[in-house]
Design a protein around this ligand. Structure first.
Ligand SMILES: O=C(O)CCC(=O)C(=O)O
Ligand SMILES: [Fe+2]
Length: 361
């Protein structure tokens, strides 16, 4: 393949962008971003938009398993972080560092397979339990995100690629541990809303869990594109792990806050279905990832949501005359299909289930 072709600013119909960004970067000396990835000016990252000196809260979750008073304190802190930020870092979570680094390694090994091997899992079915792809939804997008992904269901059933051979064993342990952590947090968050600790897990039929592995290769012109455009997550709570490269930004009070990588901490965020269940007390938060010219970034998101067949609506205990229901009920499966079938569009899917003022329910 001619290097000049890749350097071209022109749209190159001959190049198969579906193979992914890693394949593109590995194919030749790329010194500019192909136009396929050039975002419109208004949605490119800009250093001027970043809030200086702000950072997401850090929550020590070990308090959840200590004395009743310490548990109450940890629940209060969690509730505050959900309400004020919707994004926080979790420390003292008890998941071994060795498991975290094995998972990051296994993810990198997957993305390093040949594109033929990865393309075995390419599918246009957005709810397929195992799929590889690039950008977010290539059917709906004109401009691609600088990102390759592997998505697979984890609970109630684990689906994994055949290669690398180590992947299944590591993923099985890793997602079992992150699910335990998510359920502990979901229990505490239930309590912070004044609900019983098993309320959310029970109404969501034991919760569904999936894995989203993201790979962001180095990019010759990082300010022209985006690793993943602004969006909120569909589930209840996402447990996110990243390598030490950094790039995640969180929208807080109208400006973007950069999240500093913190080895062995998890980043946790409120998803759309916690906003719906809590009737808007806790809001899902838009976030995005920028890329850089030097190093490959990996992140591994574990969204935990309602089971696919759950019908989701605000908890009746959180509705009264002063707090009318703000969201229509919808099955999680339908919601996910809608969210995954469009291009990334901020909180657009959530907007579609909001009850307009005066609208009959
Ligand atoms: O790479 C990141 O830090 C964010 C990934 C993300 O937002 C997602 O997978 O939903
Ligand atoms: Fe996300």
């Amino acid at each position: 393949m001619a290097v000049a072709m890749l350097d071209s600013r022109k749209n190159n119909d001959e190049y198969d962008y579906m193979k992914g960004v890693k394949h593109l970067v590995d194919s030749g000396a790329l010194n500019s971003v192909p136009i396929k990835y050039v975002f419109p000016q208004h949605s490119r990252p800009s250093a001027a938009e970043i809030a200086e000196g702000e950072s997401i809260p850090i929550i020590d979750v070990s308090g959840l398993d200590k004395t009743p008073a310490e548990r109450q304190e940890a629940i209060k802190n969690l509730g505050q972080a959900c309400r004020d930020w919707g994004f926080f870092q979790v420390v003292n979570h008890g998941i071994p560092e060795s498991l975290i680094s094995s998972m990051l390694d296994a993810a990198y090994q997957f993305f390093s397979l040949s594109s033929e091997e990865k393309m075995k899992y390419e599918t246009r079915d957005v709810l397929n339990p195992l799929r590889y792809g690039t950008s977010f939804n290539v059917e709906a997008e004109q401009i691609f995100n600088w990102r390759d992904y592997l998505k697979h269901f984890c609970h109630p059933e684990l689906y994994t690629p055949d290669n690398p051979p180590i992947y299944r064993e590591v993923a099985e342990q890793y997602f079992k541990e992150t699910r335990k952590l998510a359920l502990r947090l979901i229990g505490a968050i239930s309590e912070s809303l004044g609900l019983k600790s098993d309320y959310i897990q029970t109404v969501f039929n034991d919760c569904f869990q999936m894995a989203v592995l993201n790979l962001y290769p180095p990019c010759p012109e990082p300010d022209q594109t985006m690793g993943i455009a602004r969006h909120s997550d569909h589930g209840v709570l996402t447990i996110l792990l990243e390598n030490d490269v950094g790039g995640l930004q969180v929208l807080h009070e109208g400006h973007w806050v950069a999240v500093e990588p913190s080895p062995n901490a998890f980043i946790v965020n409120v998803g759309d279905h916690l906003e719906i269940l809590s009737n808007g007390r806790y809001k899902s938060v838009e976030h995005r990832a920028v890329v850089n010219s030097e190093r490959t970034r990996i992140s591994i998101a574990a969204p935990n949501g309602p089971s696919m067949d759950s019908l989701v609506f605000p908890a009746p205990q959180l509705i009264d005359e002063i707090h009318p229901p703000l969201y229509k009920s919808r099955s999680y499966e339908e919601y996910m299909r809608d969210q995954q079938s469009a291009r990334l569009r901020g909180k657009g899917t959530l907007e579609s289930v909001k009850i307009a003022k005066g609208e009959a329910t």
